[in-house]
Design a protein around this ligand. Structure first.
Ligand code: GDU
Length: 347
């Protein structure tokens, strides 16, 4: 059978971004506008953030939809005739998901199922769902609900072999300088003349720039097959080295106070398990983890295992390429936000 590949031109595409007013959404909108996309729909709950974004962006190709992923009708209304969906809406703060796990279930699991169902009902070609390293061996409700979101995304193709919408996921590490994260916190502590609060100097995290996370979503968007999970390889660092790098850049201390590990956080994060890596494709900057394509007949799950080399290990932030203090400083200086903070700070 011959396959006819029809390439959709950006100008003929209509993209929906759920959670579109967040850092990812705003960056993606600007990228898509630059690439000449015909219509971009920003879907979110907060009218004030949409209003601010409308003023900043000032482009009639961007349309704004108020709604909540928990409400199927509101997602469906925003999905009509879209060609692609980027699903970024989530409850992603670890503590709030711990306090209110059912809220995380409703947004991250039920909401994601609604987004996928609405995309399929609208004939969209693809959905890319944003996940996190905290979904791998999850210990907190945010990670657990994101892990189930990944399963829901993969079940879409398993349950319906003729599905017209390709659903994939991407897993992020920590996005540097994202709202409420540790880098802006360290900078504000230095600027206020306070000690830098470090949980555990030996704790490690994957460091990703926002630009790299947008690249990862675009990569999935361009190359995903039903049920794929994509990971972008990233370097990691210890929190102690991160604190030292920020202090040196801002000409401070280092004046560090060790406060201890917070509830529901891990010493290190994993972007992929050894079992996933055993069937993953190494694509240079990325790993592609294909979905388990055994059918819904239970027998193959019990009778057909995979041989995995004993030398295969997880891809985690303890064993990944490790940046030293100089390397972290170089990476920090690639971030426009950090450069802006430095310009406004007399070192
Ligand atoms: O005062 C602090 C706060 C944090 N940390 C450490 O800095 C690292 C990063 O902490 P962040 O709070 O920036 O990030 P988390 O890994 O806890 O979680 C982040 O990434 C998640 C996705 O993986 C969610 O997006 C979440 O909202 C976001 O904060 C962690 O090792 C943490 O222990 C400190 O040393 N001192």
């Amino acid at each position: 059978m011959d396959f006819v590949v029809t390439l959709i031109q950006p100008a003929d595409s209509s993209v929906l971004i759920t959670g579109g007013t967040g850092s990812f959404g705003r960056t993606m909108v600007h990228d898509l506008l630059r690439e000449g996309y015909g219509e971009i729909r920003v879907f979110s709950r907060d009218e004030a953030k949409q209003d601010a974004m409308r003023h900043d962006t000032g482009d009639a190709r961007v349309r704004y939809y108020i709604g909540d992923v928990r409400d199927y009708e509101s997602v469906l209304a925003a999905s009509r005739s879209v060609t692609h969906v980027f699903h970024a809406a989530a409850l992603k703060q670890v503590p709030s998901a711990e306090f209110f796990p059912m809220q995380a279930v409703q947004t991250n699991i039920m909401g994601s199922a609604n987004v996928i169902r609405a995309a399929e009902a609208s004939g969209a070609r693809s959905v890319v769902c944003l996940s996190t390293d905290k979904a791998v061996y999850p210990i907190n409700a945010m990670g657990m609900t994101k892990a189930v979101m990944e399963k829901v995304a993969q079940a879409h193709g398993l349950e319906n072999r003729d599905a017209s919408t390709t659903v994939s996921c991407v897993r992020y590490g920590n996005v540097m300088y994202s709202r409420g994260s540790v880098i802006p916190l360290f900078i504000s502590q230095i600027k206020a003349g306070k000690k830098i609060t470090v949980t555990d100097p030996l704790m490690t995290r994957f460091m990703m720039s926002l630009a790299h996370s947008v690249d990862l979503v675009k990569y999935a968007f361009e190359s995903a097959v039903q049920g794929d999970i994509f990971i972008r390889k990233a370097a990691s660092c210890t929190v102690g080295d991160l604190a030292r790098a920020v202090s040196e850049l801002f000409g401070a201390g280092p004046d560090i106070q060790v406060i201890g590990t917070r509830h529901s956080e891990k010493l290190y994060e994993s972007l992929a398990t050894r079992e996933e890596l055993a069937r993953a494709e190494d694509r240079g900057d990325y790993f592609r983890i294909p979905a388990d394509s055994r059918d819904l007949n239970y027998a193959p799950y019990f009778d057909e295992g995979e041989k995995i080399s004993p030398s295969m290990t997880d891809y985690d932030s303890h064993s990944a390429e490790r940046l030293d203090v100089a390397g972290v400083k170089d990476l920090l200086l690639t971030l426009p936000e950090v450069r802006r903070e430095l310009e406004a700070w007399p070192v």
